[in-house]
Ligand binder design. Structure first.
Ligand code: ADP
Length: 486
């Protein structure tokens, strides 16, 4: 007999394509669908941000949601997407009717984020409580949903509807911890003992991320290697001790790729389709990319592609600092990204030194991202840390071997090329500096000279399967473990 399907409440602050700043949005779009394919019933809770058209679905009532002393209520709008996935939009214009999810720009935070995301967590719980629906498990994502386990273990533990509900908390990026002032628990009305270092107390403040870690039944993060790394001081961002304490309940599950969106065999953004058996279309994609970036045609010069948020985590300071060495190599580079002004400026200066070989687009452009995956010869990801990373998995499927720093999900998904055995899918370097970066890039450039071997490397990558189905099964196992713990 197959085990009973699960009812899962999935609370997230991003979901592609409705609201996306990074990989969390892709996960929130793909994992619930993969869970549904396995027969489980998922309800996704998402704020109704300004850019999501109103009404976002059918009105499904409103409920008083107490987060601080002010009276507030959430309006709920339920929409069943074409493929059957149910999304409940949480409407509270004073908090969410804003163009950006976390701050006026990607470098700034809104001053009321502690209330906004307490509201998200509590409004999701109130929706279910008011209907008398107890899901089998709650699944919260990143600090924005970190209070879900905290509320479950406090106000709702003895609730007639939600009593003793288990939760799973997923860390997509430990660097963003949602740490607020020491008065936050008073403001939220949570008991004072939640302020202890065993609970949400963190460096004199209150961390929602820590709350999610400490009060959920199971904690997951998005790759096995990142699960190990965050238990150490270097990558633990001050929460390594907390994570070591939960080490027995901490599981790394790789994100999957949505191959419906990211597959060169049927990608409508790219100039020509291609596959591992017939790579001829990739040449057209390369020409198309050069044209899109305004670079001259020169088929023999390899293209190094980059698509990324331009933040310290992603290691682009290393690229900027390596400008001299990079310009010595017979390569062209195409960069698509937005982020910190100092990195944008650094890349601009690099591009200005060789405008015929280095092209930069400081914007967010989905179509161009696909063209870069398809039209590049290698894909560069020099991350200082990388919880999972999606773009290197895309590049494997697009026959664009990745050159990556050996960290987190990059370590788990890119196997070093070994010409003596013909095994491997890309190139890894250990030291996050120019020497490491150039060493790995040079390995790629020299491997490219042996066309037959390079083809083998390209095919090895294209044949890798990081589909969501396997990851979803791993999440189900974690959900069941969480359910057994309460
Ligand atoms: P992170 O979540 O840390 O930003 P991931 O590699 O997990 O990194 O996910 C990044 C996602 O965002 C990928 O789908 C990538 O294609 C996309 N992306 C990042 N920057 C841009 C951009 N400037 N234009 C288009 N897509 C982008």
């Amino acid at each position: 007999m197959s085990p009973r399907p699960l009812q899962i409440a999935f609370i997230t602050s991003e979901m592609a394509p409705l609201m996306k700043t990074g990989g969390l949005a892709d996960v929130s779009a793909a994992l619930p669908r993969a869970l549904a394919r396995l027969g489980h019933k998922v309800t996704v809770f998402l704020p109704r941000y300004a850019r999501i058209p109103f009404p976002p679905g059918d009105f499904a009532g409103s409920v008083h949601v107490p987060v601080d002393a002010s009276p507030r209520s959430a309006g709920y709008y339920r929409r069943t997407l074409e493929d059957g996935l149910e999304v409940v939009f949480i409407e509270h214009p004073p908090f969410f009717d804003r163009p950006h999810p976390y701050g006026p720009s990607s470098n700034e935070e809104y001053g009321d984020n502690r209330l906004r995301f307490a509201f998200l967590a509590r409004a999701a719980l109130e929706y279910l409580r008011s209907r008398g629906q107890r899901p089998d498990v709650f699944h919260g994502h990143d600090w924005q949903a970190g209070l879900v386990p905290v509320y479950l273990k406090s106000f709702y533990w003895d609730d007639p509807a939600l009593h003793r509900s288990p939760s799973v908390f997923t860390i997509h990026n430990l660097a963003y911890q949602g740490t607020f002032g020491g008065d936050t628990l008073d403001v939220l009305g949570l008991p004072w003992h939640f302020a202890s270092g065993e609970a949400l107390g963190h460096n004199g403040g209150i961390s929602y991320m820590k709350g999610g870690i400490q009060f959920s039944e199971m904690v997951t993060t998005v790759s096995p290697q990142y699960a190990r790394e965050i238990q150490g001081t270097e990558m633990g961002y001050g929460l390594d001790g907390t994570l070591r304490g939960r080490g027995g309940d901490l599981v790394g599950i790789l994100n999957g790729v949505d191959y419906g969106e990211w597959d060169p065999r049927h990608d409508t953004y790219i100039a020509a389709p291609y596959s591992a058996d017939d790579l001829s279309g990739k040449k057209k994609c390369k020409r198309d990319l050069l044209a899109a970036m305004g670079l001259p045609e020169a088929p023999s010069l390899p293209i190094v592609g980059i698509i990324s948020r331009l933040v310290a985590q992603k290691g682009f300071d290393i690229v900027v600092d390596s400008w001299y060495d990079l310009l010595q190599r017979p390569i062209r580079m195409v960069v698509l990204g937005t982020g910190e002004p100092r990195l944008e400026q650094g890349l601009r200066s690099l591009a200005a030194r060789a405008p015929d070989r280095f092209a930069l687009r400081l914007e967010y452009d989905e179509a161009l991202a696909h063209k870069i995956e398809a039209g590049s010869d290698v894909f560069l990801m020099p991350s200082r840390f990388e919880p999972c990373g999606l773009t290197q998995m895309y590049s494997l499927r697009y026959g664009t071997p990745p050159v990556v720093r050996a960290t987190g999900g990059l370590y788990d998904t890119v196997e070093p090329w070994d010409p003596s055995t013909g095994r491997g899918t890309g190139f890894r370097f250990d030291n996050p500096d120019g020497t490491g970066l150039m060493w790995a890039l040079d390995q790629a450039l020299s491997a490219m000279k042996d066309r037959a071997a390079w083809k083998r490397l390209v095919r090895n990558g294209m044949e890798k399967d990081f589909s969501w189905d396997r990851s979803a099964e791993a999440y189900v196992a974690v959900y069941r473990q969480a359910m057994e713990k309460v």
